[in-house]
Design a protein. Sequence first.
Length: 221
Amino acid sequence: MLTVHHLNNSRSQRVLWLLEELGAPYEIVRYQRQPDMRAPAELRAIHPLGKSPVIADNGNTVAESGAIVEYLIDHYGQGRLIPPPKTLERLRYTYWLHYAEGSAMPPLLLKLLFTIMPKRAPALLRPLVRKVSNQALTALVNPQLKQHMAFWEAELSKTQWFAGDEFTAADIQMSFPLEAAAARAGLEQGYPKAMAFLDRIHARPAYQRALEKGGPYQVGR
Ligand SMILES: N[C@@H](CCC(=O)N[C@@H](CS)C(=O)NCC(=O)O)C(=O)O
């Protein structure tokens, strides 16, 4: 049976959700984040990078969310949650599938790091670390995040889903950047279409089922 190596509060929640949308049978092997938020070492026995998500299926081990989405749609989709080939919607689908991790997540990760760094710095160094972190946030990270959030808002003003009028796996892939932006980048301030997208996905029965299976889920702030 297909196995999802699931780390709590992580991107593997997206994989559970996709599997629930597809109604594909799977089992979960659970891992708990360490106090420093890293994944436990056992996950490295599954994949050398020790990151979540990873799936194992029929002798295949697949890591990297976008690759996992492609694999699951390919093997279990039966044509669902993906627009037909050679259409504008399919091009958009491919774009968002790659954009989510390739372009949207890096500044969101920087936001998390520069927010956490001053809190974790030794007391003596804290004022200096805070100053450097704030400078990086103000000059580099926050302006980029505003650009990304405005981009999502404009796209979701054209169609209610990222790849067009139909819900697709690209929306599942994009859920994590939008959830992270709501948690740490002020998405609720001035991006109503993006917030409405989050409301729509959170109301989906498959999303709810995935939460029940995955356990408590809170994206890092
Ligand atoms: N681009 C990768 C990112 C994987 C990733 O960084 N996963 C995080 C969880 S959301 C993780 O495993 N963090 C724990 C660690 O790095 O030890 C993907 O989408 O699969």
